[in-house]
Design a protein around this ligand. Sequence first.
Ligand SMILES: [Zn+2]
Length: 181
Amino acid sequence: MTPLTWDQARALGEHLAGETSAVVTSHDDGAMVVAGTLLRTLAAMVKGAEPIVDLVLARGERTSVTLPTPLGTIVVLARAASASPVAYARTITHEAVHAGQVQRLGGLQASVDYLGSGELRAVREADAYAAGLWTEFLLTGELPVLAGLGEEHAAVSGLGHLQVCHRSLLSTGGVYGSSPP
Ligand SMILES: [Zn+2]
């Protein structure tokens, strides 16, 4: 299988950003400060959201975030997303699923669901992880290992959502197809 090039990975990112009306920025301190302020503002409106936001921000450069704003959806990619074209493609696919959720539900509802409900957060993450890992499988032909789950932002909901995610992948066939790990 021909390895994915950076040009191809970026083209995929641009396509997905266009489809979901999102603006993608790479990780830098300025972008994360803005993202942190937006997250705190959203969290202030949702009961119980504070610990989630703390966890997201504590992961710093390992965290990608997708944020609804009045000006549109912003995706801030983790520094880890630039490790390789495949890592970029997996991460941008994952975040594009969140951007699609924002597009479908509206920014406020998506935020309230995500920050206010562990169950809904798990469902939204499961969908995003499934898409990201499926993309990686298509690009590499290799079944993702469970240890890779959570690279994007596992801390958001801890192990709980990974278990739900895992179940979701298995129950749908997902990335594991007929050979679950
Ligand atoms: Zn996610």
